[in-house]
Design a protein around this ligand. Sequence first.
Ligand SMILES: [Zn+2]
Length: 197
Amino acid sequence: MILPVIAYGDPILRKVCVEIDKDYPDLAELIENMKETMTNAQGLGLAAPQVNKAIRLFIVDTSPFASDEELDDEQRASLTNFKKVFINAEILKEEGDEWAFNEGCLSIPDIREDVFRQEKITIEYVDENFEKHTEVLDGLAARVVQHEYDHTEGILFTDKISSLKKRLIKKKLENISKGKVDIDYRMKFPLLKKNKL
Ligand SMILES: [Zn+2]
């Protein structure tokens, strides 16, 4: 089932999410629904707070990069197969130089900005079967995971841009909260005024 994506301005996107255990109700179904929702919206990742659950869960699927002509064959191949579920993730280490990548977010449609992040991370998490992993990621895989991980900490990519750019997009962000934006997937807007009968 495709779930509505929570839009910028909703307080759930600002919550520090809580850890879950195996007994979290209907977890497998939630993960399936999140995958469907992400694919339908052509997203590279989706975090639980974006579908109204303040829990430490996010999914990534970088396969859309497989057709990116700016990448070499090896990079494309590794990104095609990078589809994962991250539960109770913790970034243990971030290292390397900061580099800029033009990020977007399904909760913040029509806005893209260059965001600087470090190139390499070490992350510990459990997968959908609650098996524990520790992985080192770099490049675009690390980038997508850093963005989604931030969601579970209540952080959005627009927090990481210059104050000048923040001022320039302020009105656009307000419009997103009010539902004044063109999108082709389901969303829930915090400030959308319902028509009174
Ligand atoms: Zn996002």
